[in-house]
Design a protein around this ligand. Structure first.
Ligand code: ATP
Ligand code: MG
Length: 645
């Protein structure tokens, strides 16, 4: 694809990058020696990914099973509606389950489930295969056909994986709605997808309480005309009114069904699921992913980035309501054939050491979580992880937001014993798979997600779509298609073209800003919508936040731009202090201002620093700066459907 310039963009829109992080962490030699992908193979892959994109991803596709091989690796004829593996037939559930049943993995543990009250359940690949088959038969008996939409409104319990895989097997399109969302958000998604079936639970455990999830469904059902059936999982020992004939118990339906099902052959580009984005920057977008390319992309990236070994226990602590849960709790780990951990409850229940307990109990080897979670656990201090044996851990990962160097180093030292690399992975609901991330062989700099993966063409460009010099900021783009890319926005192909493909023709626009350093490392600076414009300088919010969280008393920070007569904008910073910090507010404000000035220089003028106990976040823990800004300026707050609490 040849980028075409967009005219009318001004040079002075250049984004500046200010922070310099000098620390470099090298992996232990043993880790490199044992890695699935050796340093030489990595270099080779980078080269092939550049010179022969299609050959590179063709080889990756050969690791999966296909009912019929593709005719074309990448069909660009209807760009930007790219078709990976066009003509190929497969089913992601076949790759996640059916093919393993013929191997030693049949009896391997697929899912380790831990309930909030501490109960455990283990399902082998064969158990999960049988359960998914039964559920596919249930769907069939209820009249669900290929292409029908099914809403899955469940927390992290084994039934959510069974439901997703059952839908995939029959070719129905699932749309998981995070169990923390309200009846209103649920209803919107039901109506947008025109779902015929909803699967939910009567109640589940969260932070010591029973959440009666079905009640939200009851409320949503009053205005959800497309739904014919609601399947209810029985979990909490609570009284449940099954209402009108639309409500059926999951266990009753499953009991009557056969455990054999012939997985439906899907076109590589047939939709697998619709998932709405996190809503950090605006109204959530309905992203569509497919069976073929998506499966290829997550298999390849999970194996390489997290170096998956046959004996590993992999714990991605995300909720299944987010793309991280789809790609790296369920589909990716199962396609790869590893053991995936699923935890029902709150990560701080009953205390701040719950995560460390789980790691010790199951001998987790790889932990993947968010910077927000790390920062929250940091606030409680290192005494909690110290009480537990975390020696099984080999790799640590993060996703969701840029990680500030302090949190990175804390994670590395206190959880990773200074032995486990912290693998920062940049990707999006839209990308489906990791895009910018290291492998265990690479050198790391805390706060950078390293470089694009082999075969992935992420780059940083200026307002004209041109190359930016190292150290300068710009827009994050992807210059070539990648297999796990979204296929469209549900019911809105025009918006798909407009949001992602119109600013720089031929390039995918991510909506983030970043800089590359002289070694080619990418540093994410924030969202392009949130850029501060101070006296002609354009600065990413993340830089200011990283500078503030570098102060020893600060746990979390959020920065917004507020109007200023002279400078256009100046910064306002919201700060959460570490537990136990008691300082005179005025002196601390001055100290923080001086600290930011020392780190970033005089450009970032701070109007105000406000101390808070909480920041507005999405339910997956991302700071919603647009909400802070709207409140600060007395503007309309916009879509709040994904706001926590
Ligand atoms: P919406 O698109 O609705 O505003 P969202 O962008 O938060 O929501 P997601 O797809 O869940 O929805 O998140 C992707 C975004 O998260 C990325 O565009 C980026 O801003 C941020 N992100 C994810 N991982 C990283 C990372 N490792 N480093 C920096 N930023 C990250
Ligand atoms: Mg986004």
């Amino acid at each position: 694809m040849k980028p075409t310039k967009v005219s009318g963009q001004l040079e002075n829109e250049a984004i500046e990058a200010m922070l310099v992080e000098g620390r470099v962490f090298r992996p232990r030699p043993q880790l490199v020696a044992d890695a699935v992908l050796s340093p030489d193979e990595y270099e080779e892959a980078v080269k092939q990914g550049r010179s022969d994109l299609e050959g590179f991803w063709e080889k990756a596709a050969e690791e999966l099973d296909w009912f019929k091989k593709w005719d074309t690796v990448l069909d660009r004829s209807d760009a930007p509606f790219f078709k990976w593996y066009a003509g190929g037939k497969t089913n992601i559930a076949y790759n996640a389950l059916d093919r393993h049943i013929k191997t030693h993995r049949k009896n391997k543990v697929a899912i380790i489930f831990e309930s909030e009250s501490g109960g455990r359940e283990r399902m082998t690949y064969y158990d999960l295969y049988r359960a998914a088959n039964k559920f596919a038969n249930v769907l069939k008996s209820l009249g669900i056909r290929k292409g029908d939409r099914v809403i899955i409104y469940l927390p992290n319990i084994p039934e959510i994986a069974i439901a997703m895989l059952g839908c995939a097997k029959i070719g129905a399109i699932h749309s998981v709605v995070y169990a923390g969302f309200s009846a209103l958000a649920l209803r919107e998604r039901i109506n947008h997808t025109e779902a015929r079936l909803v699967i939910t639970v009567n109640g589940f455990h969260r932070n010591g309480e029973v959440i009666k999830l079905k009640e939200a469904v009851d409320e949503a059902m009053t205005a959800s005309p497309t739904v014919e059936t609601v399947v209810v999982v029985r979990r909490a020992g609570i009284e449940t009114d099954m209402g009108d004939g639309r409500y059926l118990w999951f266990h009753d339906l499953m009991d009557g069904e056969s455990a054999e099902f012939k997985t439906v052959e899907m076109d590589a580009n047939d939709p697998l699921y619709i998932l709405y984005t996190s809503g950090t920057t605006g109204k959530p977008k309905g992203v569509v992913h497919c069976h073929g390319g998506y499966g290829v992309g997550i298999n390849r990236t999970l194996k390489w980035v997290f170096d998956i070994k046959e004996t590993d226990i992999f714990w991605c602590a995300a909720d299944l309501g987010w793309v991280t849960g789809h790609s790296y709790v369920v589909y990716g780990p199962l396609i790869v054939g590893t053991t995936t951990v699923m935890y029902e409850g709150h990560l701080l229940f009953p205390g701040p050491d719950r995560m460390w307990r789980i790691i010790e109990k199951y001998g987790v080897n790889i932990l993947y979580t968010t910077p927000t979670t790390i920062r929250i656990l940091m606030r409680f201090g290192a005494q909690y992880p110290k009480k537990h044996d975390l020696s099984t851990l080999r790799l640590l990962g993060t996703v969701g937001e840029p990680i500030n160097p302090e949190a990175w180093v804390w994670y590395y030292e206190n959880i990773g014993r200074q032995e486990c690399p912290v693998i920062d992975t940049w990707w999006q609901t839209e990308t489906g798979m990791f895009m910018v991330a290291p492998t265990p062989c690479n050198e790391l700099k805390p706060g950078s997600a390293f470089k694009p993966l082999p075969g992935v063409h992420v780059d940083v460009v200026d307002a004209n779509g041109d190359y930016v010099d190292p150290g300068k900021g710009g827009h994050v783009v992807v210059k070539e298609p990648w297999p796990a890319m979204l296929t469209t926005l549900y019911k809105d192909p025009e918006k798909y073209k407009e949001i992602y493909w119109s600013k720089f023709p031929g390039m995918y626009l991510a909506g983030d800003i970043a800089t590359k350093d002289t070694d080619g490392f990418i540093w994410f600076l924030g969202r392009s919508d949130d850029v501060l414009k101070i006296a002609g300088h354009r600065i990413g919010t993340i830089e200011v936040e990283k500078a503030v969280t570098g102060h020893k008393h600060v746990a979390e920070a959020a920065c917004i731009g507020v109007p200023d007569k002279v400078r256009g904008e100046v910064a306002k910073i919201f700060v959460i202090l570490k537990k136990g910090v008691e300082k005179d507010e005025d002196s601390l404000v001055n100290e923080l201002k001086a600290h930011v000035r020392k780190v970033l220089g005089p450009v970032v003028l701070i109007r105000e620093i406000e101390f808070k106990d909480k920041l507005p976040k999405t339910r997956c823990g991302k700071i919603m700066r647009r909400v802070l800004k709207a409140r600060e300026l007395g503007l309309k707050e916009g879509d709040l459907s994904t706001l926590e609490d």
